[in-house]
Write a protein that binds this ligand. Structure first.
Ligand code: FAD
Length: 354
């Protein structure tokens, strides 16, 4: 494999978390590269469905050092945010290299070897910022493979037109499920919303104190080496004028999870059935960490145990955008603290200056 370089820190991923880390590495004049699998700037935002407009995203926290001038509420999020990221990379001359897919990271004595589709980098420290978008989660239900209609995941959703005149089951209790249902229901012939748990609706503003409590709940799990929980599982779903109207009209009338899938649709143990043309799995994502498998970082609880952003089993490695930092605001903070702590660990000794 071609040797591409030796550096102090490799950042994997150029989404909000990776760019934030790169900004703080630049400020500290640390030699580093950011390896990103995408063809263009934008992280996961590049892949969001075209009908997702800025008015529907919950609020994007700006990257450190450069304001995010609010685009028009009608702008597609998959253009407005990538455009902001592109300008950011340029303004701070961030050393992003793309498209480069990291295939695995392996130990090389006290160093790490980052193997990619474009050669190998050797590094002293690693900041992993690979997000979740490339790992959609599909649960399995009996009979799933026999379904004669089509099944897709939030990650495949391209807008409501494909649902025109169709009978649609939307599976999932998160914000994506409710957003997609409200968007496609006016086009569909009929919809059903199914979730495993009764949804909990949250009234009132998302204050900073409340945000801190939520982050604390997710943090507790990853500190214990358990798999991170989704933020919605802690906060519940936000009630807005739009969701209230959708509850009143029956679009957000939640049914319990079905028990099996048949060629014609879905069925409950009670005998109730719903004939469907499409099942949309809005069942979330998992952290994209397979390339770290050779390092054996997973704890018995299934997650990677972290203290803040530092991997407890290997202090050369930080996970940003993971667990409690998996939001645009959390990703920023994580980038800063990962850099501070990693540099302390590396003790100011530069590999490239040696
Ligand atoms: P990403 O943006 O996913 O970036 C990861 C990058 O790593 C990508 O560019 C990817 O190509 C690259 N990568 C992955 N694997 C590899 C590899 N092996 N080699 C090289 N590169 C790799 N948060 C908010 O704060 N506000 C919102 O309104 C909001 N809306 C959301 C809506 C949806 C539908 C979803 C799914 C999430 C939303 N979030 C929101 C959460 C938010 O998007 C994320 O927390 C944040 O953007 C993730 O940033 P990130 O940098 O961790 O990851």
């Amino acid at each position: 494999m071609v040797v591409r370089g030796v550096t102090d820190v490799v950042v994997i991923g150029a989404g909000q978390a990776g760019l934030s880390a790169s900004y703080f590495l630049r400020r500290r004049e640390v030699d580093h590269v950011v390896l990103d699998a995408n063809d263009a700037p934008g992280g996961a935002w590049l892949h969001r469905w075209p009908s997702l407009r800025m008015r529907t995203v919950h609020g994007i926290h700006e990257l450190p050092g450069m304001p995010f001038e609010q685009p028009s509420p009608d702008s597609p999020a998959n253009e407005a945010i990538p455009d902001y990221f592109a300008r950011y990379e340029q303004l701070f001359s961030l050393p992003v290299i793309r498209p480069v897919n990291v295939t695995q990271v392996v130990n090389d004595g006290s160093l790490l070897k980052v193997e990619t589709t474009d050669g190998v980098w050797t590094t002293r420290g690693l900041i992993n910022a690979t997000g979740t978008w490339r790992r959609p989660f599909w649960p399995y239900y009996p009979g799933q493979e026999t379904f004669a209609g089509s099944q897709l995941h939030t990650a495949d959703y391209q807008g409501p037109a494909a649902f025109a005149g169709k009978r649609v089951v939307v599976v999932g209790g998160g914000a994506s499920a409710t957003q997609l249902l409200m968007e496609l229901a006016p086009f569909a012939a009929e919809t059903r919303w199914v979730t495993r748990h009764e949804p909990v609706w949250r009234e009132g503003p998302f204050t900073e104190d409340y945000g801190r409590w939520v982050v604390g709940m997710v943090d507790e799990r990853v500190r214990a080496g358990l798999l991170p929980r989704s933020v919605v599982s802690v906060t519940g779903l936000a009630l807005s004028d739009q969701t209230r109207a959708a509850i009143a009209s029956g679009v957000l009338d939640r049914r319990p999870m079905f028990d099996r899938i048949t060629p014609a649709g879905v069925e409950w143990a009670s005998g109730e059935r719903f004939d469907a043309d499409i099942i949309l799995w809005a069942t979330g994502f998992r952290h994209d960490l397979d390339h770290l498998a050779p390092l054996h970082l997973r704890a018995p609880g299934g997650g990677i145990q972290v203290d803040g952003t530092r991997v407890v089993a290997d202090p050369r490695i930080h996970l940003v955008g993971y667990g409690p930092s998996a939001s645009t605001i959390g990703a920023n903070r994580a980038g800063r603290s990962a850099v501070r702590e990693l540099l302390r660990h590396l003790d100011g000794v530069s590999l490239t200056a040696a």
